[in-house]
Design a binder for this molecule. Structure first.
Ligand code: SF4
Ligand code: SF4
Ligand code: SF4
Length: 355
């Protein structure tokens, strides 16, 4: 872990910027899945932000090796080197992937980004964070790996992987006086990231307050509700009607869904352009946005320990309620008696008044 006093910014840099650079490094222990995910965003799209199509945002220069139009090499690294020397300001540092501990790398290194021009040796991610975080106007951890360690930090963890807050310290503040902004998800939800980035950019332009974060440094408005609270299948849960396998539209709590205790807006928001969202389309929630992911949710597909008790408790209530609602449902599927003396629907396709 780095010396946090060294990495802490001044917190005094004003807002009201016309231009800003986004320096994105996906050389954490990463699969680049978060970069790929954001290309699907629509609220707003990354293209809209980069092309300056959103009124009020500063002009954005995005540096991301996967999305870069440059050929890479020194041309691509130039803004990162300038920022590390304190010659590029303001910039938002985005880290993708978990942060390994280079203090336990033996004779090699875990992950690097470019080489040192003088020694020719790889520059580790740890070194880049140490050099860039003190100058960054804001720092964003994209995806659960960067936010909390994620898959690479699961039990065993030979690389000593951790999230960015663990690396920089919870008291880290950027030059814009912001803590690390965590936007978890494996991968990150495209619109969750772009919406948070857009809020940060409006704040950078001096047109919005800082984004509100919860105690886990997540955007409050995105992670304040559980999966269960936005799930299309929630009515089945309430009626104690549970799926026994994956070919069912019913609640999946007995086949491994952790939705009742997981903070995530994906079922409500959909995955891409409002469509999809894990349990809505048949996938159990495995808690991929959570600090406890993956260890606390494994083995995936097994019923969560608390779910057996809660589903047992709701079963008798659900059975009675389902029966009573069935009776009421049949009743309201009939026309009122005063309209005619028949049970069958008579206001259908062939009205009797037609000549
Ligand atoms: Fe890949 Fe998931 Fe880690 Fe993102 S959070 S780098 S998608 S493994
Ligand atoms: Fe809740 Fe999961 Fe059931 Fe949806 S499928 S209602 S999130 S337990
Ligand atoms: Fe991850 Fe669950 Fe959200 Fe799906 S619903 S994105 S598995 S936390």
């Amino acid at each position: 872990m780095t010396d946090t006093s060294m990495a802490t910014g001044t917190g005094t840099e004003p807002t009201g910027f016309d231009e800003i650079d986004i320096l994105w490094i996906s050389e954490g222990m990463s699969c680049d899945g978060d970069t790929v995910s954001i290309t699907a965003a629509t609220q707003p799209s990354i293209e809209d932000v980069v092309l300056g199509l959103i009124p009020g945002l500063p002009k954005v220069r995005l540096h991301n090796k996967v999305l870069s139009p440059t050929l890479g090499g020194e041309e691509f690294l130039a803004p990162y080197r300038a920022a590390a020397r304190g010659e590029l300001s303001p910039f938002i540092l985005v880290i993708e992937g978990s942060i390994p501990n280079e203090n336990i790398n033996g004779d090699g290194y875990w992950t690097s980004f470019g080489n040192d021009p003088e020694t020719g040796e790889p520059v580790t991610l740890n070194t880049w964070i140490d050099r860039l975080a003190p100058h960054a106007w804001a720092v964003v951890a994209v995806g659960t790996c960067a936010a909390y360690g994620g898959i690479h930090a699961m039990a065993g963890n030979p690389t000593g992987c951790m999230g960015l807050v663990d690396y920089l310290g919870a008291d880290y503040r950027s030059t814009g006086a912001l803590p690390v902004v965590n936007i978890p998800g494996c991968p990150v939800h495209p619109d969750n990231f772009m919406e948070s980035l857009t809020w940060l950019l409006f704040h950078a332009a001096g047109k919005a307050p800082p984004p509100p974060l919860d105690e886990m440094f997540r955007p409050q408005w995105l992670f304040g509700k559980t999966v269960h609270e936005g799930c299309d299948r929630a009515a089945y849960y309430e009626q104690g009607d549970f799926a026994k396998d994956y070919n069912s539209p019913k609640c999946q709590v007995k086949i491994g869904c952790w939705g009742p205790v997981v903070n995530c807006d994906v079922p409500k928001r959909g995955w891409m352009n409002g469509v999809g969202g894990c349990p809505n389309v048949g996938g159990v929630c495995i808690g991929c946005t959570m600090p406890g992911f993956p260890d606390k949710f494994m083995p995936f597909m097994d019923m969560a320990p608390g779910a057996s008790l809660s589903s047992l408790a709701i079963k008798p209530y659900g059975a009675v309620i389902r029966r009573l609602r069935g009776i009421t449902n049949r009743t309201v599927n009939r026309e009122p008696k005063w309209r005619h003396d028949k049970e069958l629907l008579t206001t259908g396709f062939d009205p009797r008044w037609r000549p």
